[in-house]
Ligand binder design. Structure first.
Ligand code: NDP
Length: 358
């Protein structure tokens, strides 16, 4: 079986072999790893996965400790720490409302964060960097499932264009640096994510946390109906955040030949989609969430609300052909997410609900 090495810099004495998705991997546990954005949905999943796999030498900074939009702070940090591996999961992230209201912040802060990190990682000779983007970088009318080749083949969805353009600039920067400086910088585009630490604010949350909270509240309040925006027919793909983290570690762990096939290609950008390869209608999703939450009332669909794109599914052939696939089914993931929600949100919910019931 092929042996793979996470680090070329760690001490041999701290190597260990463990199993990820059935393959033996030979790893240096003391590789110095910077997870930018470690308290976010993605970053926290990365930290859990790295720790679970025995990595001890993680470098973590909150935004108040290190503002990654600040060039000199970021350069000084990299010059001092010299991480060998960088997971770039820090970003200004938000839903349609926030993107509409603060487009300047979305384009500027994301450009600043990624430019500072990518440039500092190059200067401090990081071995590998994984830049996290999002499927909104692809054209609004890209054919489905969306292949990596769809990049820059058509107009973007206007509501998040500033964010998407910043992310596209990040991909271009990784590609250009790989060509000019022979860096190993890869850009990964995950599909819709959900999992522990998700945002359950009904104003700004994505569909899964919004439906979990809505149905939980409907159950607690003994409501007979839960209303869902739109017709329920659009189809979306969902990936559990721990599966995303697993995929990111898998990519950073790839042997040199396979990693280079992604990053050292003059003809194609160093770009890879991360998803589970299947989608569900919002109606199917709502039914599954009602089951997990234990909401026995009726689901109604408010068809006066917009549906958005009819289908959004990533083509994950590039990733699966390297040997990775998602492990968590939607129903398992929803059960785990609901348990986390109950643990994390109890004080807030009980306060709010007590107020409403009162
Ligand atoms: P979150 O909003 O959950 O987390 C963002 C993180 O970035 C936080 O930890 C925050 O730090 C950090 N951060 C933001 N600004 C700065 C700054 N100026 N300096 C230092 N740190 C900063 O985002 P997600 O985890 O959801 O997203 C991470 C990446 O994954 C993004 O690039 C996003 O596009 C991508 N992604 C997310 C998807 C999703 O469904 N959530 C789907 C597809 C892609 P702090 O906690 O200290 O404030």
């Amino acid at each position: 079986m092929e042996q793979r090495r996470f680090s070329t810099t760690g001490s041999r004495s701290r190597q260990r072999t463990w199993t990820i998705i059935g393959e033996l991997i030979d790893v240096h546990l003391d590789a110095k790893i910077f997870v930018a954005g470690h308290r976010g949905l993605v970053g926290s999943a990365l930290v859990r996965s790295l720790r679970m796999n025995g990595f001890q030498n993680l470098i973590l900074r909150t935004k108040s400790e290190l503002d990654l939009t600040n060039q000199s702070q970021t350069e000084d940090f990299f010059a001092a720490e010299k991480p060998s591996y960088v997971f770039l999961a820090a970003a200004k992230v938000g839903g349609i409302l926030a993107n509409n209201e603060y487009p300047g912040d979305f384009v500027a802060q994301n450009l600043q964060i990624q430019t500072n990190i990518i440039e500092s990682a190059r200067k401090s000779n990081a071995d590998r960097l994984l830049f996290l983007g999002s499927s909104c970088i692809y054209p609004k009318f890209a054919s489905q499932p969306i292949k990596e080749e769809s990049l820059l083949t058509g107009p973007l969805e206007p509501t998040n264009r500033p964010y998407a353009v910043a992310k596209i600039a990040g991909i271009e920067m990784c590609w250009s640096y790989n060509r000019q400086y022979k860096t190993g910088f890869l850009a990964a585009m995950p599909t819709n994510l959900y999992g522990p630490g998700d945002n359950y604010d009904l104003e700004t949350s994505h569909v899964i946390p919004a439906l979990i909270r809505k149905m939980h509240e409907a159950k607690i309040n003994n409501s007979s109906v839960a209303t869902i925006w739109g017709t329920g027919s659009p189809r979306r793909e969902f990936l559990y955040s721990d599966d995303l983290a697993d995929a990111c570690l898998f990519l950073m762990n790839l042997d040199k030949r396979r990693f280079d096939s992604l990053v050292a290609n003059d003809q194609t950008p160093p770009l890879i989609n991360i998803g589970c390869g299947s989608d569900h209608s919002i109606r199917e999703l709502a039914v599954q969430i009602a089951e997990v939450v234990g909401f026995r009332g009726k689901l109604t669909f408010d068809t006066t609300k917009p549906d958005g794109t009819p289908r959004k599914l990533l083509d994950v052939t590039r990733l699966t052909s390297l040997g990775w696939q998602a492990k968590t089914t939607l129903s398992q993931g929803l059960k785990q997410a609901y348990q986390e929600f109950l643990m994390d949100s109890q004080p807030l919910l009980s306060g709010e609900l007590a107020h409403r019931i009162g």
